[in-house]
Design a protein around this ligand. Structure first.
Ligand SMILES: [Zn+2]
Ligand SMILES: [Zn+2]
Length: 88
């Protein structure tokens, strides 16, 4: 797998576990391996390495944060730091 932005190979992976709570409620658990240095954007499914996105903790690539104006929303719910810490 490679970063769609800089093209370098990314490391780490996501383990998806399916559980059933109380024998009725299905739950999908996503866990990253510790060396994971990339995200798969929740909006456009682009693979992008942490070096190429400002807010890897948000789960969205910079393009989508810009496009859908997600920054304020994500900062509000605490997924990314506030605007004063913007890395651009
Ligand atoms: Zn990259
Ligand atoms: Zn995206």
């Amino acid at each position: 797998m490679n970063c769609s932005h800089c093209g370098r190979e990314v490391t780490g992976r996501v383990i998806v576990r399916s559980l059933t709570l109380a024998k009725a409620l299905p739950v999908v658990q996503m866990e990253s391996t510790p060396e994971r240095d990339w995200i798969c954007c929740d909006a456009c499914n682009t693979i992008i390495c942490h070096d190429c996105c400002c807010y890897p903790t948000s789960g969205y690539c910079d393009t989508c944060i810009e496009k859908y104006k997600l920054h304020d929303h994500l900062a509000q719910i605490g997924l990314i730091p506030g605007r004063e810490d913007h890395c651009l």
